[in-house]
Design a protein around this ligand. Structure first.
Ligand code: SER
Length: 587
């Protein structure tokens, strides 16, 4: 069939469907996208299409089939400063992939990739450059002799560019990448694939054949595998002939809505405004999916990523002149845009909008506090805002430097920009050190999260029964909005009648309940005046902000309960003994 007879593939949906269809016809099983919260303690978020299959590559989990294909939602925040600035960096993106688990290897992966991009997506050979790992002669030979690509179009790259792994350890291997050349007329001499204006890498074929251990040693995996990744947004940019990924149908409707709210026009905007528009457009997609997958804004781990993204959106909204709350409107457009492919977005619509709204309000309040601080500096008659103060405004109060400078200038005050930069670099170093040592243990998370809560009011032993509101629920190391039957949780309340353990003394036990929920509390810890009720949900669903009743069991009941448990353990006649115990208590 000639390419003229095939319908041109243009929209994001068409690109995604064509990829999955192509590989499903090559006997790949279509696997739905997994959650952004990975089942993998080594990473915080799903950063690649292969992540859900990592245990399969390592031989730890049975393969779902010999071949699989998916469109996986991913988030990467390691180069967030490039988002909106370059044409193709994103936090949230969709990765199309085809996978072989000990089935086909290099030959088929290369042949099919070529067939897909030239026959289905109809890219012309003149626009394609491939790279191979410099030691991988086999792949270079397949491209040259079997596909027939001119040797000048095959670029050999080193380990940094063409050896892929999902982290410091785990399955990895050499890779071969396909690049699109936007300016083929510049010729094939001295090709520099780093030239982002001319080239875009859009399809990565990883020949997953090694496992890397903690010492960096490579050992052969049991079988040779294939892991590929095609950036949907990048392919959309190519096929829709856009200047950048943000102008494609995958993101631009969100940007249009921001323009409408800010009353500006995207195409006639200056670069600075365009960057803000792109950042909000990008982050909207990340934020709605993170919340939909169960992340709640907090100061730790995934929760912190979400909070940071939302704050960046508010800040850039302000830069665009948006003063009112606007994020829920933007999020609604994002949800509508993506809900056909991700129905969870529709199901979680209210949850998403609510979380975004609360975070936006909270952050706006912080900004207002920053404005007050700035007012104080101005009215004190100082003529210079120090780098430290400008950075405090930026870091703690979310004040963009431009805004501080602008307000300072209006009041004939200058800002120590060099000092600010110094503080910023020091912060970056601290963040880098922190990201290398992300403490996801419960202890680590509590230490950081605890500051989010007001002091718990301790009502003493005035009453065995009292009412309280749920202010926080920890599940493992993360703050969540709700938890269900069977889960072990840590609960923060606004007030409590439970005594909190704090070095030595044992905390109270008891029950937290309402009509439809019951939690058995087996210990209460006190950290920085916040009481953490440790327990198991016996019935129902625990939901943030709900009012519950607490019934605490002072120590004497605790001992009785422990004795009863021992008796059960030794298989004694429980009923008779219970009767006796209760009998004694009554008389
Ligand atoms: N794992 C590779 C990547 O993320 C190919 O899917 O680029």
């Amino acid at each position: 069939m000639t390419s003229q007879l095939i319908k041109k593939i243009v929209t994001g949906d068409e690109i995604r469907n064509a990829f999955l269809k192509f590989y499903s016809e090559k006997l790949h099983k279509i696997i739905p996208s997994a959650s952004l919260i990975p089942d993998d303690p080594t990473v915080m978020l799903t950063i690649a299409g292969m992540l859900p299959f990592k245990p399969v590559f390592l031989g730890l989990k049975e393969r779902p089939s010999k071949r699989a294909t998916s469109s996986q939602k991913c988030i990467r925040t390691n180069d967030i400063e490039n988002v909106g600035v370059t044409a193709r960096h994103h936090t949230f993106f969709e990765m199309l992939g085809n996978f072989s688990f000990g089935d086909y290897f290099k030959r088929e992966a290369i042949q099919w990739a070529w067939e897909l991009v030239t026959n289905i997506y109809q890219l012309s050979v003149e626009n394609i450059i491939v790279s191979v790992f410099h030691e991988d002669e086999e792949s270079a030979k397949i491209w040259r002799d079997e596909i027939g690509i001119h040797p000048d179009r095959i670029v050999k790259l080193g380990e940094e560019d063409n050896f892929w792994s999902s982290g410091k350890t785990g399955p990895c291997g050499p890779c071969s990448e396909l690049y699109y050349d936007f300016d083929p007329e510049k010729g094939l001499q001295n090709i520099d694939l780093e030239d982002g204006d001319r080239f875009i890498e859009f399809y990565n074929l990883v020949f997953m054949q090694y496992n890397r251990d903690l010492n960096g040693n490579l050992t052969d995996l049991k079988s040779k595998n294939i892991d590929t990744g095609m950036g949907l947004e990048r392919m959309a940019q190519i096929l829709q002939k856009k200047q950048n990924n943000y102008e494609t149908d995958l993101i631009f409707p969100i940007i249009k809505k921001i323009c409408e709210i800010a009353n500006i026009d995207y195409f006639s905007s200056d670069d600075k405004n365009k960057i803000s528009l792109k950042i909000i457009g990008d982050h909207t997609r990340a934020v709605i999916h993170l919340i939909s997958d169960g992340v709640a804004a907090s100061n730790l781990g995934r929760g912190y990523i979400l909070r940071r993204l939302i704050r960046r959106m508010v800040r850039h909204g302000r830069l665009l002149g948006i003063t009112n709350e606007f994020l829920p409107h933007i999020a609604t457009v994002g949800i509508n845009l993506m809900q056909n492919n991700y129905p969870d977005l529709k199901n979680n619509n209210d949850l998403i909008l609510n979380e975004i709204k609360i975070e936006e309000i909270r952050f706006r309040e912080t900004l207002e506090r920053g404005e007050k601080l700035l007012d104080e500096i101005i009215s004190s008659g100082q003529k210079l805002i120090s780098g430290f103060k400008a950075f405090e405004l930026y870091d703690t109060y979310g004040f963009p430097l431009e805004l501080t400078v602008e307000i300072a200038e209006e009041n004939s005050i200058s800002v120590d920009l060099k000092g600010f930069e110094k503080e910023m670099n020091a912060q970056k170093e601290r963040a880098k050190a922190a990201s290398n040592n992300i403490d996801l243990t419960l202890e680590g998370s509590l230490e950081r999260e605890i500051d989010l809560f007001n002091k718990t009011v301790f009502n003493g032993y005035k009453s065995l029964l009292s009412e309280a509101e749920i202010k926080g629920i920890f599940l493992d190391s993360t703050l969540v909005k709700e938890a269900s039957e069977g889960q072990k949780v840590l609960i923060v309340l606004d007030q409590t009648t439970f005594y909190g353990e704090s070095g030595g003394q044992v905390g109270d036990i008891g029950t937290i309940f309402s009509n439809d929920v019951e939690v058995l509390v087996d210990n209460v810890m006190r950290k920085k005046n916040v009481f953490l009720h440790h327990g198991t949900i016996k019935k129902g669903k625990l939901i943030l902000d709900k009012k519950l009743r607490l019934m605490f069991a002072p120590l004497i009941e605790l001992r009785l309960l422990q004795i009863i448990q021992l008796l059960i353990y030794y298989n004694l006649h429980l009923n008779q003994l219970l009767m006796k115990v209760l009998d004694k208590k009554v008389h």
